[in-house]
Design a protein around this ligand. Structure first.
Ligand code: HEC
Length: 236
């Protein structure tokens, strides 16, 4: 089951974006804006990697460091956060008989198994969430683990002002500081995020699995109304 889910997830990829095409040209020495990656998106990219320092966590090809951080987004209903985030994830992982170090693993001495054994339920993991990829995030509102922010503009306003943020002090170190952006700069960041939108995964992969997908190999003709009833001769 785990491998089937892994194989499925590896097919949920998005295509190259306007930003990737612009980067290609930049590597060849041409920094000029393009039709779909305009001057505002370029200013946004410079902010993202520069003064706004989004790249501290949203780095690499997926625009994620793959790590967990507590960024204190206000909860959906207001009030104190109750989702223990990574801490709960680690506890579940350790109890799970199907984890990479478990008796059903086909590689109990492998790297994943070692990482699993070494991942302790550290109280510091409370309320941390994995940095999500920002590839094609523009197409998938709402945002954050509870979907508590409705639009990219809301997300940018949050980072800009940190209004209503919870528990940002971690060992006396602040994970985030308000950015104090100008209005135009907020719009530039949004233009950049829209510019990292590539083609989306095949809709057949992300639809409701209970809905029968049109079978490309089948002859066109009336389809059975009841999924699964179209195979009377299977004899099983
Ligand atoms: C300290 C690390 C860190 C920094 C710096 C950071 N982010 Fe994030 N970002 C995160 C984490 C962690 C989440 C997920 C939080 C959650 O789900 O509660 C997130 C979520 C997001 C999301 C929502 C994605 C989704 O699909 O829900 C967007 C958009 C985003 N960040 C953009 C930015 C921008 C723009 C900046 C710079 C202004 C930035 N981030 C700076 C760690 C960071």
């Amino acid at each position: 089951m785990g491998k089937a889910i892994g194989a499925f997830e590896r097919r949920l990829v998005t295509g190259p974006s306007a930003f990737d095409r612009w980067l290609e040209r930049l590597r060849a020495g041409d920094a000029a804006p393009t039709q779909d990656f305009g001057p505002d998106a370029i200013r946004g990219a410079i902010l993202f990697a520069g003064r706004a320092d989004c790249i501290r966590c949203h780095s690499g090809p997926l625009l994620s460091d793959g790590e967990f951080h507590m960024i204190g987004v206000p909860t959906a209903g207001g009030g104190a956060p109750s989702d223990r985030g990574r801490l709960e994830g680690i506890e579940r992982l350790q109890r799970d008989p199907f984890n990479a170090a478990g008796r059903y693993s086909d590689d109990p001495q492998g790297t994943r198994a070692k990482v699993t054994r070494a991942t302790a339920p550290d109280p510091d993991a409370w309320g941390r969430f994995r940095t999500p990829s920002l590839r094609s995030a523009a197409a998938t509102p709402p945002y954050m683990h509870q979907g508590q922010l409705a639009s990219l503009e809301d997300v940018i306003r949050f980072y800009d002002t940190l209004e209503g943020a919870n528990d940002l002090d971690h060992h006396g170190e602040r994970v985030l500081e308000p950015l104090g952006l100008a209005e135009g700069e907020r719009a530039d960041l949004a233009a950049f995020l829209r510019g990292v939108q590539g083609s989306l995964p095949d809709p057949a992969l992300v639809g409701d699995p209970r809905t029968e997908q049109p079978d490309k190999n089948a002859e066109s003709g009336p389809k059975s109304a009841v999924p699964g009833s179209s195979n009377p001769g299977s004899g099983t």
